[in-house]
Every structure is written in C-alpha cells, then in structure tokens.
Design a protein. Structure first.
Length: 247
C-alpha cells in the first residue's frame, strides 16, 4: 500500500523530495528518492530517532536508505547516524578529524555527548549514540555529485566553515530546486554560534548557498520553516553586522 509524505508527518517539497521537523529541537531531516537509491539528509538526535527516520524512509522509498549526508557535526543532526546500517556516509571535508569527532574515545565525541545531555537528551541515549558513531566514509571537498537513479542527480557541497568548521549543503535540482542548508540557516530562532563556529566565514558560506540555489530555490534550514532566497540574503546581512564582517 502506497503512503504519502503527509500521512507519515512529512512535508513534500518536490517530486521525490521531502523533509520533517523532528520533535525536541525542531531539527530538520530530509529525504531524496531516486529510482535506485535513497538519500537521507541528517539523522536525528538519537539512535531511536534515527531508527524511526529509517523506517519512514523505507516506507516512502520502498527500499532502505543507501546514502546519508550529515550537514554538520552537532548531536541533534548526527546521533541517529548509526541506525542507518549499510548507508554510505557523507560529510564535509575534515568532519571525521575534527577533534577526533567520530574516532572511538575521541574528545570530540565526548563533547557531543556532554552537549546532548546539557541540552536535555537522556544521558543513556546520549552515551549510546556517541559510542555508536562511525567515521564519515566520504568527506566532500568542494562539490560531489550523487546519481540516485532515474535522472535524480544530487550535489553535495562543502560550503563552510560557518556554523561549524565543517558545513555541508545538499542541492536537489528539480521543479523547484531544493537546497538543504543545515544550521547555516535557521528560521525558528536566531542562528546559534557555538564554540566551533567560524563567524568571520559564516556570511561567505551563505553567499555560497545563494550561488548554489539561486533566486527560485526552496531553502531548507536546519531548524524551522522552509524559506526563500530573500530570507537567506537577509540572514546573511544580519550575521555580517552581528559578527562585524564586511563584504
């Protein structure tokens, strides 16, 4: 029996492209379907949440998730990654080496766990997810095309640093184009600049997003409602003022 995006609590953005806003931190997860493969964009904040996303994707795609792209290394976007067994894992160049983020016993992994607990994730769930993280197999430097079959082409782009040192965007050409931005763009609140942010480069990263998506794309933020190019441009200008960055 065929199910629709809406029946499973997802928002359909274009043919074969959708996203959901996850509870708790209002974090976005995206799904792109091709004839031969399925790409998940971000994995949720726990192994249980990742498993729910995996099952939803299976019902929509009729197959398992074959590719997983992590937009940046924060717990609410990566802690569900280990639930996607067998998926090809993509991240921005340097993501695996950032503070030994995905290395067993690494300080970056411990920092993620501690941040998750501080933000309200159950301590046991945070520990389980941190210990299960695997290294990013495919680190994207510049741009990397993915062919999902049936004419579905996706472009992964290393657009950071900005929100973190390792920000990845996912462009899905179509009618309309859809651009998953991670937390470089936030709609439901002011963009968050933590200790791993690179404020001086953040406006440049948003310029790159605007180059990729153009004036007519749907821009999908890491948190909040889908926005347009004018919103991204305004956020770029506000961040430039906030961080004292000139054009």
């Amino acid at each position: 029996m065929t199910v629709t995006w809406e029946e499973l609590g997802w928002e359909r953005l274009a043919d074969g492209v959708g996203r959901c806003r996850l509870p708790g931190w209002d974090c976005t997860a995206g799904l792109v379907l091709g004839a031969d493969a399925a790409l998940m964009v971000d994995a949720g904040s726990s192994l249980a949440e990742g498993a729910r996303l995996r099952e939803t994707a299976r019902r929509l795609a009729g197959r398992r998730v074959t590719h997983l792209a992590l937009t940046h290394p924060h717990f609410d976007h990566v802690f569900g990654a280990a639930a996607f067994t067998g998926a090809e894992l993509y991240g921005a160049h340097g993501a695996s080496g950032a503070g030994a983020l995905f290395a067993p016993g690494g300080q970056g992994r411990e920092a993620l766990r501690a941040d998750a607990v501080a933000e309200g994730l159950d301590a046991g769930a945070a520990r389980e997810a941190a210990e299960a993280l695997s290294p990013v197999r495919h680190e994207v430097r510049g741009e990397h095309p993915l062919d999902l079959g049936g004419g579905r082409q996706v472009l992964l782009a290393d657009v950071g640093p900005g929100h973190t040192g390792h920000d990845l965007a996912v462009l899905v050409p179509g009618s309309p184009d859809v651009l998953f931005c991670g937390d470089l763009v936030e709609e439901s609140g002011e963009p968050q600049a933590g200790p791993d942010a690179v404020p001086a480069r953040w406006p440049v990263a948003l310029d790159r997003l605007l180059e990729l998506g153009g004036s007519d794309a749907l821009y999908v933020p890491g948190h909040g409602a889908v926005v347009d190019a004018a919103f991204v441009r305004a956020q770029r200008d506000a961040l430039a003022v906030r961080f004292g960055v000139s054009r």
